[in-house]
Write a protein that binds this ligand. Structure first.
Ligand SMILES: [Ca+2]
Ligand SMILES: [Ca+2]
Length: 454
């Protein structure tokens, strides 16, 4: 087993990928691309990982998923197989013939199965070190080593020790230069901290990009409510493997929602704000894991003090919740896709055009204080022929300008923005939301960051 899966993974990885050169060309042209992502999950602890996996899979057309890894954490200290994941992938396989009718880019079930492996089978740093390599840790290494200029987002829906094992091995077997190159590809996103490996990583690899999200509750629709029952759970094979909420709903989804390429944000600019929240670009010490981690071992994290991570900004989950209509309807529409075999019988997202630019990238411009500038969504379209509406808003939290900004015609195709006299040298983030009148209404976003001349 151990000798055959590695070449198989390589085969699938390279067969499925856009060439590195093509991606580099797209990057030069500013065309946004699909994020590369590996999710590690403590499936079998809180059933909400199963919920998040359903949302991730039904959204898979937007991502290059390079790994689904079953791992451990403080709520599930051992794992022995991928059965729970396999069951959800079987549901995806049943829904796949419908899903692919509605969007390009859904990975085949066979491809996803080839990337679904076991990570560390034991808990925390006790299961990291010599002789502890797992298919999951090897997959992370192979993926980060791939010939692809894009960063690799590795998400911890449970503990971080499979990622720690990958880092441990690379440090143990490569030069400083090789380690540095490896680290530069990684973007780590840890939900809540669920073992002692996160603190170990942040302490031992202080330059690695490391977000620990703690504002992951409070954005979800009411638990086991009407939306969950009727928009998600009663929708075919994927709905059937979306369990009832036991403690909280989808606490791990903010990880991939942060990199969801919907036009709202550049995920590398973590303070912009995304469907996954907003994060402070200054690393902080002492962002602790869930209290269970210290109950397992009192000095589990304090032994690594100080360690530094990126954490949420003060809005916490409110930074997610402000987009609730967009992400709730997106998920509901995709669940519709999973049971509808005709394109014309479901709704699809509009395309938001900003000042003639049809990509999803964040745009920048300069302006002078006191000027009036016009932003245009002209050319925005809807693939279903729905009528579309526009909404322009000033997003104050990520803007370095502290005052208020008035936008005229904020519900029209063209809006006019008054650049305040006292905004010199600051920036102003303007969000365009384009939404259709299909059912449910679907949203597309764009962001213009206006840098005001000093
Ligand atoms: Ca979890
Ligand atoms: Ca539509």
């Amino acid at each position: 087993m151990k000798n055959t899966w590695v070449p198989l993974i390589f085969l699938f990885l390279f067969a499925s990928r856009v060439s590195a050169q093509a991606i580099q060309e797209q990057e030069l042209e500013g065309i946004s691309y699909r994020p590369r992502i590996i999710n590690t999950t403590d499936l079998g602890a809180d059933p909400d990982d199963k919920q998040s996996m359903v949302r991730q899979l039904v959204s898979a057309s937007e991502f290059d998923i390079e790994g689904l890894i079953v791992a451990t954490g403080c709520w599930r200290k051992t794992q022995s197989n991928t059965k729970m994941l396999d069951t959800i992938l079987d549901a995806y396989a049943a829904a796949y013939p419908n899903l692919k009718v509605h969007a390009d880019g859904y990975p085949t079930p066979e491809y996803l199965r080839s990337l679904s492996v076991m990570g560390q089978t034991g808990y925390g740093m006790d299961d990291v070190g010599s002789g502890k390599d797992s298919p999951g840790s090897e997959l992370i290494i192979a993926s980060a080593d791939g010939d692809d200029p894009r960063p690799l987002w590795v998400m911890g829906w449970g503990g971080m020790n499979t990622i720690a094992q990958a880092l441990w091995k690379v440090r143990d077997t490569r030069s400083d230069e090789g380690l540095k190159k490896f680290l530069s590809k990684l973007r780590l996103f840890d939900v809540l901290g669920q073992d002692d490996a996160g603190a170990w990583i942040a302490k031992n690899f202080p330059d690695v990009f490391y977000i620990r999200a703690t504002g992951v509750y409070g954005w979800q629709p009411p638990k086991n409510g009407d939306y969950q029952r009727n928009a998600i759970q009663n929708h075919g094979p994927l709905g059937a493997v979306y369990p009832d909420t036991q403690w909280a709903t989808e606490g791990d989804s903010p990880a991939f929602m942060h990199v969801y390429p919907n036009g709202l944000n550049d995920p590398g600019q973590i303070d912009q704000g995304s469907w996954g929240g907003r994060f402070d670009p200054t690393r902080k010490a002492g962002i602790r894991s869930m209290s269970e981690v210290a109950k397992i071992e009192n000095d589990a994290e304090t032994q690594y003090d100080p360690y530094y991570m990126y954490g949420n900004t003060e809005e916490g989950a409110d930074a997610i919740k402000r987009w609730s209509k967009g992400y709730n309807n997106d998920f509901a529409a995709r669940m519709d896709w999973s049971i509808i075999s005709n394109y014309k019988d479901a709704n699809h997202h509009p395309v938001a055009v900003l000042n003639g630019d049809r990509t999803r990238r964040v745009m920048y411009m300069t302006a002078s204080a006191g000027n009036n500038i016009v932003l245009s969504a002209e050319g925005s379209t809807d693939p279903d022929g729905n009528s579309i509406s526009y909404e322009w808003s000033f997003y104050d939290e990520p803007s370095s300008y502290e005052g208020s900004v008035s936008i005229m015609n904020d519900k029209s195709m063209k809006a006019s923005i008054e650049i305040p006299e006292n905004s010199k040298g600051r920036n102003i983030h303007v969000i365009l939301e384009v939404y259709d009148n299909g059912s449910p209404n679907l949203y597309a976003y764009r962001r213009m960051i206006i840098n005001v001349n000093p």
